[in-house]
Design a protein around this ligand. Structure first.
Ligand code: CA
Length: 516
């Protein structure tokens, strides 16, 4: 069945005049890597006074900004797999950075392609298996390099970590060049779905030459939780992770990073500085290089929007801006992501479609990255396969109202126990007001996960009274009923998403000891 047949069937089904469908909907899905909502001025944060993203903000002004969209595992490869498949990692097989997506996975791009769309992937893939479901792809192997990167193209061998042809220029600019070239040359008789995936602002942070001095003389405001007192935390999380400061002995930290030759731009000399001054200096350096990388992403979003305007495509193109997950920018004294805390867990999601999505609208309704694929499919009138675990939030985008039976919670699971940034395996649930976290502290044989067991523990945050999550209230009698209710919800979600503990006797033991 091609897209015209599908559209005609849809039109007949919903009683539309087929003339309305003369111009089928196109999709431009722009996804950056590790772009925190705090670094998008449309979202507003302590950074907004010194840093703006005017082009991404334009999308929000002309479309809807979703304020509570979450990734179900806050790390690159698994989030990308969940976005493509609409499934959790334990279903699609991508639970950690070490897993490759099976080539027979259900895939939104392939479904669009089969539905008559011309599909393209340009930029970062990071799913190990050769890209599939795209009529055209051009990707930077692995993480890709910021300056003079290499790209592999459809029809040439795909290699996971290296390979491809070296090109002069800056990654963020180049992938936009390639995307616009592809749009220019695409078949005129088909609608298109373009997946434009930036490498930026993933570390190591190497700004474009034109942004090397951007923010140089600016003092970047600090988040209050940079100086978090960890005494409220459970033993299961207190001494884990990586930090800006030297808080965690013998662990990777930003002070050492920015003062060593591992850092790709001018290093900071920490000689003679107190510990607090070193933390402040490391924070400034990290944020400036990160925001410089974001600056180029924002400019290039503007180039895409301008192109759509010039070509008369704006009116019938759904444009999405998102990121594979958020990022800690010094909040909780963290960098990186992976934890269920808001700054990593929350994703930007902004969508524009004139006439169907109200300009300048926002929503607090919960969304998740497993919902993206169903939403795109429903937006273009294609069926949503039952195998997808997410649900379409198109109705939220179009009306601001929740579909019947809409999610009242999001289930999260981080599998890559201790590997990389020393973060324990955990799962949790977030509702409108609360977040309950259970750190089980086991690798469970997940690819690349560590075998060492860490303490189990619970944390509960009341996000209404404590939006920064600096006051764990688990165990307080006032919150006992809430904890019990959320534990039941956690169990219900695990059943709903078929995330069974049965294959893991070690986990069952920890749960039996801790779950009361
Ligand atoms: Ca990422």
């Amino acid at each position: 069945m091609n897209y015209k047949t599908v559209l005609l069937l849809c039109a007949a089904w919903i009683g539309l005049n087929t003339a309305v469908l003369a111009q089928p909907l196109n999709i431009v899905f722009i996804m950056s890597d590790d772009h925190a909502t705090n670094a998008i001025s449309a979202y507003g944060s302590h950074l907004t006074s010194v840093f703006k993203t005017p082009h991404i903000d334009r999308l929000a002004e002309e479309g809807m900004r979703m304020d509570r969209t979450y990734c179900v595992n806050a790390i690159c490869t698994p989030s990308r797999a969940s976005i493509l498949t609409g499934q959790y990692g334990h279903i699609n097989g991508v639970k950690t950075l070490g897993d490759a997506i099976p080539p027979d996975s259900i895939n939104v791009a392939e479904l669009l392609q089969k539905g008559g769309y011309e599909t393209a992937l340009i930029g970062k893939w990071h799913l190990k298996t050769e890209p599939f479901g795209f009529d055209y792809w051009k990707v930077g192997p692995g993480q890709g390099k910021y300056h003079d990167p290499t790209f592999a193209e459809i029809g040439t061998p795909y290699q996971t970590r290296s390979g491809g042809k070296k090109v002069e220029g800056y990654y963020t600019d180049l992938v936009t060049d390639y995307a616009l070239e592809w749009l220019e040359d695409r078949p005129a008789d088909k609608p298109f779905a373009l997946f434009l995936h930036h490498k930026a602002p993933h570390g190591k942070w190497e700004p474009a030459k034109r942004h090397e001095d951007f923010l140089e003389d600016v003092e970047i405001p600090e988040p209050a939780s940079l100086w978090e007192d960890y005494s409220h935390r459970s033993e299961a999380s207190r001494n884990y992770g990586t930090s800006i400061s030297h808080r965690l002995a013998d662990r990777r930290n930003m002070i050492d990073d920015v003062s060593s030759d591992r850092w790709p731009t001018q290093q900071i000399d920490m000689t003679g500085l107190t510990e607090k001054e070193q933390t402040k200096a490391a924070y400034q350096k990290y944020l400036k290089d990160y925001l410089r990388c974001v600056k180029a992403v924002d400019e290039n979003v503007g180039r895409v929007l301008d192109y759509l305007d010039e070509e008369g495509l704006t009116e019938n193109t759904l444009v999405v801006y998102t990121s594979d997950q958020g990022m800690f920018l010094g909040e909780h004294d963290y960098f990186d992501k992976r934890w269920i805390f808001e700054e990593a867990f929350r994703m930007p999601f902004i969508a524009r479609l004139p006439g169907r999505i109200q300009a300048g609208s926002t929503t607090d309704l919960l969304g998740a990255n497993i919902d993206f694929a169903p939403t795109l499919l429903e937006a273009v009138g294609l069926p949503i396969p039952n195998a997808m675990q997410g649900e379409s939030f198109l109705k939220i985008l179009e009306t601001g109202k929740a579909p019947t039976g809409w999610r009242e919670s999001v289930y999260y699971r981080y599998w890559m126990h201790l590997r990389g940034h020393h973060i324990p395996g955990h799962f949790g649930v977030r509702t409108d007001r609360y977040k309950l976290i259970f750190y089980y502290g086991l690798g469970l044989g997940a690819t690349g996960a560590d075998k060492e067991q860490t303490p189990a523990g619970w944390e509960l945050y009341d996000l209404k009274n404590d939006p920064e999550e600096v006051n764990n209230v688990y165990g307080q009698s006032k919150y006992e009923a809430v904890s019990e209710r959320l534990k039941r919800e956690l169990k219900r979600l695990k059943e709903q998403y078929v995330d069974s503990d049965e294959p893991f006797p070690d986990l069952q033991k920890v749960i039996a000891e801790s779950w009361n």
